[in-house]
Design a protein around this ligand. Structure first.
Ligand code: SAH
Ligand code: SF4
Length: 435
């Protein structure tokens, strides 16, 4: 989401006459787009800001601006704590950046953190940053109002609002026409696209939007994230099964395998509901990969709750998981009402147990892939060897395979589809041969 936002910021600033620098040396402004989801994300930003202080000693004109969720969360406090920061700008205020920068150039310190109920940046054509020219993000909605007890997002990104569908379809089509072959539609809970209480902008719901984006061209792959389990509908799965170019990969963050934890987290589903959704995915899309997010050591989590998470992992057999230790966030329901009472070492121990189990499951899943054939969208040269290419299959798994020298360099084949047979694997990668 931040990556997509940075592309909007780059577009706004280019229109105002600023240019992106390839190098940090010699630039006048460093803008850091930040995440506040866990404390370690924030600590990394603070570390970066402190590193830049030395550079500011050498380049007196260099100013630092903090964008995004940390700016929203900390506001003026951030500039008081990190006095080499000149301005902070929250995620709904990017249109005002040229103005803010002009004020900073006159020596002022400024904070612009107003949240909006309607801003979607729908009319701004993002500048594609560091793009491979093949896949791109498209932000389809902003904000979140699910108020999961642990989560800071509703406070840093404001109310949920959906972007006008036609602007999304136009952006996807323009990307396809420029040679892109994959778009990922982004939102905190894409399943509620178009259903926000105020129904701003959007006249269609998510399954219909997917249908329309997937209909642009069968050669355009369409992905989406994130899908909240409480709202994953059969209708969406039916639309997916009707379009082979909608990728067979669903990110379905579970957070915990214990009903008691899910209730405390305010996730609004039970383990039984979640497993029913997993069954529905397997029914409509037998070859779909499923990935997840999980939190270890949330408030009052017992060893039994933790075991329930491990059991759920064994049951669903995820292809990939983002696994986190619970991090208490100021302002959330949990911060106000629930104790952060699992000791750090115990959180680490539980997290490591989940990571070890998931590593084993991913490897076993990948071993079952050996012998299967996939259509792979080639993305470029493999990091392992100049003689190899890499790409992804519809399930979002990375495949590495030998290139055919007569076809030309990686540039010549990037963005094309190739059939690859899986011959070997690691827990993270499938190795294969062109068919
Ligand atoms: N909207 C998405 C999640 C966005 S945040 C969804 O609901 O699925 C990405 C992930 O960060 C979450 O799924 C959760 O696993 C994790 N996360 C959020 N807040 C956290 C916290 N306070 N501590 C640890 N992990 C957290
Ligand atoms: Fe956070 Fe929950 Fe919203 Fe996801 S759905 S962003 S976890 S509040």
């Amino acid at each position: 989401m931040n990556f997509a936002d940075s592309e909007v910021v780059a577009s706004i600033l280019e229109k105002a006459g600023y240019q992106l620098c390839g190098e940090i040396e010699g630039c006048d402004f460093v803008l850091i787009n930040t995440c506040a989801i866990r404390d370690n994300a924030e600590q990394r930003v603070r570390h970066r800001v402190r590193e830049l202080r030395a550079m500011q000693g050498r380049h007196k004109r260099l100013r630092i601006g903090i964008l995004g969720c940390m700016a929203e969360r900390l506001q003026d406090r951030l500039m008081a704590e990190e006095d080499n920061v000149s301005f902070v700008c929250g995620p709904d205020a990017y249109r005002r950046l040229p103005e803010l920068i002009a004020q900073v150039r006159q020596g002022q310190k400024v904070a612009e953190v107003e949240l909006s109920t309607s801003e979607t940046y729908a009319d701004i054509e993002p500048v594609r940053l560091g793009s491979n020219g093949i896949s791109s993000y498209i932000s389809i909605m902003r904000g979140c109002q699910n108020y999961c007890a642990y989560c800071v997002v509703p406070y840093t990104r404001g109310r949920e609002r959906s972007r006008d569908p036609q602007t999304i379809i136009d952006e996807a089509r323009a990307l396809f026409d420029r040679g892109y072959r994959e778009v990922t539609l982004l939102g905190q809970n894409v399943n509620s696209y178009g259903l926000s209480p105020d129904r701003q902008g959007a006249q269609v719901a998510f399954p219909e939007l997917m249908d329309r984006v997937a209909s642009i061209d069968p050669a355009l792959r369409v992905r989406f994230a994130t899908s909240h389990p409480k709202d994953l509908s059969d209708e969406l799965l039916q639309v997916m099964s009707a379009h082979t170019n909608i990728c067979r990969c669903i990110h379905l963050p579970v957070q915990s395998g214990s009903n008691r934890m899910l209730k405390l987290m305010n996730r609004k589903y039970t383990v039984e509901w979640y497993l029913d959704r997993v069954d529905a995915i397997r029914r409509y899309l037998p070859d779909c990969s499923i990935t997840t997010d999980v939190i270890a050591g949330f408030s009052t989590e017992t060893l039994e709750d933790h075991q329930a998470t491990l059991d759920l992992f064994r049951r669903v057999r995820y292809d990939y998981a983002y696994m986190f230790k619970y991090s208490l966030r100021e302002g959330t329901y949990a911060w106000k009402h629930l104790a952060d009472d699992i000791p750090e070492e115990e959180k680490t121990r539980r997290l490591n147990e989940i990571i070890a189990l998931q590593g084993q499951i991913a490897l076993e899943n990948n071993r079952q892939e050996v012998g299967r054939e996939y259509e792979v969208l080639v993305e470029g040269e493999s990091h392992r060897s100049k003689e190899q290419l890499f790409g992804r299959n519809s399930q979002n798994k990375v495949l590495v395979f030998d290139r055919i020298p007569a076809e030309g360099g990686p540039e010549a084949v990037s963005g094309t589809y190739r059939r690859v047979r899986v011959t070997d694997c690691t827990a993270a990668t499938l190795l294969g041969k062109l068919v």
